[in-house]
Design a protein around this ligand. Structure first.
Ligand code: FDA
Length: 319
């Protein structure tokens, strides 16, 4: 029989993909505010101002930041344009404050679910504006059905705008080939294990084998002197990388999601390593919240506590 924790994780990851449930929660006057209390541990707030305020606070504490206006799978063209516009406003606001940091986005938020050309054209506009202000744009990696399109759009964009980088999921078998190829492109590579539920024919589960593979990818990127973001909360993996002195290399940063292992990131920052916090804002936090609970089921206890006792979620003070 399957381990109940794995069963829970798989069930939650498939619920997360259910657009009907997402839409129901998004429009429910009872459920939305209730679950928002749980999401606020991981999401800075519903507005750009919330993201910017938290970003400024973290920057003043010695961190760098990635900011994402949260959302994905937007199928309505007008909403994709609205999302693109929000990213442009975000970049302008960051630029006006000389915040030379990172903006992160899902291509399916700005047009990929309408058609790849729309996403590409929107990304070009965002990349151009970001370049004016010395801001980096990191493309997130989504489900495997989108990987080809995301990699293709990234390649075309980074050739023109080297301030654009991409996220690669170590759990996908194809990532080995992707890395060999992408190492020849200028953009930063953010290495993650992978958050989406994928069939065992194309991806491997959490395991020592996956951790070894992660290390092997980091080693390849460092060997090529490629800019890399090590995006994991796995303490054992981090200890191994610290032992191998990966973090001492100037082109390396360690990046963690807001609200997850702030204690560990603080420790790394205090040792002098480049430490970055990934911040999100917006109202489309449903999938994001499901992923954070699925990858660490104990977060469900925190979610319930946060709903009953919302004052427990003042995340920024933990950094
Ligand atoms: P793993 O899941 O193996 O967990 C190892 C340990 O880390 C756990 O035992 C626990 O101690 C701690 N931990 C992990 N997750 C936790 C949580 N939610 N709460 C509390 N503790 C936790 N994925 C993707 O598919 N596409 C993307 O674009 C991105 N982007 C991205 C950016 C950044 C900056 C980060 C850090 C992560 C992503 N991810 C992502 C998510 C990533 O793929 C992965 O699902 C999570 O980082 C969890 O995997 P870990 O490597 O942390 O280790």
């Amino acid at each position: 029989m399957m381990n109940p924790e794995i069963q829970f994780t798989q069930a939650l990851k498939s619920i997360a993909r259910n657009e009907q449930i997402k839409s129901h929660i998004q429009h429910s006057t009872e459920l939305y505010p209730l679950l928002l209390k749980a999401a606020q541990r991981f999401v800075t707030g519903e507005n750009r101002k919330d993201g910017i305020v938290t970003a400024k606070e973290l920057i003043s504490n010695g961190y760098s930041v990635s900011l994402e206006y949260i959302g994905e799978n937007t199928t309505n063209l007008e909403e994709c344009q609205q999302a693109k516009q929000e990213f442009l406003y975000l970049i302008e606001e960051m630029g006006s404050m000389s915040m030379q940091q990172t903006v992160s986005l899902d291509l399916s938020h700005i047009g990929l679910s309408v058609n790849p050309d729309t996403a590409y054209l929107h990304l070009l506009e965002i990349a151009k504006k970001a370049q004016q202000y010395d801001i980096t744009v990191m493309i997130s990696m989504e489900e495997s059905s989108k990987t080809n399109d995301i990699v293709t759009i990234y390649k075309k964009t980074t050739e023109q705008y080297p301030n654009v980088g991409i996220t690669i999921q170590a759990h996908l078998f194809r990532s080995n080939d992707d890395i060999q190829e992408l190492i020849h492109y200028p953009g930063k590579i953010r290495l993650v294990k992978g958050a989406y539920q994928e069939p065992s024919t194309i991806a491997m589960p959490r395991s020592t084998e996956l951790n070894d593979r992660y290390l092997q990818f980091v080693e390849q990127l460092l060997g090529a002197n490629h800019p890399v973001s090590i995006a994991t909360h796995d303490e054992k993996l981090i200890q191994e990388m610290e032992y191998r002195q990966y973090f001492k290399q100037p082109q390396v940063e360690i990046e963690m999601l807001y609200g997850i292992r702030p204690d560990l990131l603080k420790e790394l920052k205090n040792k002098g390593y480049n430490s970055k916090v990934y911040l999100t804002y917006g109202t489309e936090w449903y999938l994001y919240l499901c992923h954070r609970i699925a990858e660490y089921p104990e977060n469900l206890y925190l979610a319930v506590t946060d709903i009953i006792q919302p004052s427990s979620t003042d995340t920024s003070r933990l950094y």
